[in-house]
Write a protein that binds this ligand. Structure first.
Ligand SMILES: *Cc1c(COP(=O)(O)O)cnc(C)c1O
Length: 408
């Protein structure tokens, strides 16, 4: 810009003439913060179309920092268009609001992430969008619950907390044969365990949308909330972008920076927590107090064969998130189970997962599900998510509290 001759300090500090050299290169991309973004002249301002990524318009429509994260997430999950949201839950909401209108019907799995069910039961319902729950482990149940006005089917693999692993390929194929859009909560797979936009590995089958709680694996720190919605389709991508813009949804540059810093290590972190999760899940199978272990990579876990074909088709050990649930004996009391959780020293009590600290949460099945899931034994459900502590230390921690509180 032409420099202005001024004798006033504040004007000089704002319109300072110094420009640092532009060829700065470093491991992490710069953090650009803006509500206002300048245009070189009025013509450029008028010509600028915010809907493409060839330039910048306003902070809510993207900065170099958010564009970089969106494109890297597209590489991670295999999609083409991505929007960022301030949490995983808003990602689920934005996907539904972009697609659904009054009079539409949406299907959610019975074991969907709890707050997603609450969103359907309140905001979607209030806006005249009806919903039904389906049993994701039963293709026929989905088929019978499809209505003439069913527009979208949500899927989650595995189910939240109860960890049953559905046949995602069959669910998506059924929806496509009925011309119904599909959206997957891809938080567990995280783009690592399987490719939601190429389910068969031949480019022939894809979900229409993924929503991802970046709060979990992409962050990996337990300190940032963020979400993304993605599609591989240009038309759906534009619908998503327009809706995202009209709702005014955006994320802070410092949070994006944190995710960008963690993203390069996501495969290693996923792998490490997977290995720890399987080691502890196997250990739990040997404990008398435990009647069932729900971890999709274990052969006795509900839907194991579906996990096998989706996440382990190449042989080897396949991929799974560092997350599993155990069903403790119904002979125990709830207060014994609570005392066991309280008695853990390394596992902290808290929601979420993907961070450095291992977590435990006891759940009342009756608060999660209308009916007891058919593949699950009766008992007390406790969910574990693995951090990065040594597996031997975590085992010792479980053993000491089990010995003290669940010995029968
Ligand atoms: C955590 C989570 C969400 C929500 O993410 P937040 O960022 O906590 O809002 C959605 N779906 C699944 C499966 C999750 O685990």
């Amino acid at each position: 810009m032409t420099s202005l001759k001024t004798s006033h300090l504040s004007t000089e500090l704002i319109h300072h003439g110094y420009q640092p050299p532009g060829d700065f290169q470093a491991p992490q991309p710069g953090v650009h913060k803006a509500s206002t973004i300048f245009f070189p002249n009025v013509a450029a301002m008028r010509q600028r179309d915010w809907k493409d990524k060839s330039g910048y318009t306003y902070g809510t429509h993207g900065t170099p920092t958010t564009f970089i994260l969106e494109e890297r997430l597209c590489s991670l999950e295999g999609g083409k268009h991505c929007v960022l949201t301030p949490s995983g839950l808003t990602a689920l909401a934005v996907a539904s609001f972009a697609i659904l209108k009054q009079g539409d019907h949406v299907l959610l799995p019975e074991n969907a992430y709890g707050p997603h069910q609450a969103l359907a039961e309140h905001e979607l319902q209030n806006f005249g969008i009806s919903h039904t729950y389906y049993d994701a482990m039963n293709l026929l149940d989905l088929e019978t619950k499809i209505q003439n006005n069913t527009k979208l089917v949500w899927m989650e693999v595995p189910g939240s907390v109860s960890m049953e692993f559905p046949n995602l390929v069959a669910l998506v194929q059924l929806c496509q044969s009925r011309k119904i859009l599909t959206a997957l909560d891809n938080t567990w797979g995280a783009g690592i365990a399987f490719k939601p936009f190429d389910l068969l590995g031949d480019g022939q089958l894809a979900v229409d949308f993924t929503a991802h709680a970046l709060t979990k694996y992409p962050s990996g720190g337990g300190d940032v909330l963020m979400g993304s919605v993605m599609t591989h389709d240009d038309h759906l991508g534009m619908k998503l972008k327009l809706s995202h813009m009209r709702l005014g949804i955006c994320v802070g540059a410092n949070d994006v920076e944190t995710i960008l810093r963690s993203l390069p290590t996501i495969s290693m972190r996923y792998q490490a927590q997977d290995e720890a999760g399987r080691a502890l899940a196997a250990w739990w199978q040997l404990q008398k107090a435990c009647v069932q272990v729900m971890h999709p990579a274990l052969s006795a876990s509900p839907g194991h064969e579906n996990w096998q074909s989706l996440c382990n088709s190449g042989g080897g050990s396949g991929h799974a998130a560092g997350l599993f649930s155990v069903m403790l004996s119904p002979a125990l009391s709830s207060s014994q189970v609570d005392a066991f959780c309280d008695g853990l020293k390394l596992f902290r009590i808290g929601f979420s997962w993907g961070g450095p600290i291992s977590l435990v949460v006891p759940y009342e099945m009756s608060s999660l599900r209308r009916d007891w899931p058919s593949g699950l034994a009766r008992g007390h459900l406790v969910r574990f998510s693995l951090g990065f502590e040594s597996v031997a230390d975590l085992k010792a921690d479980l053993a000491q509290s089990l010995e003290r509180h669940l010995n029968f």
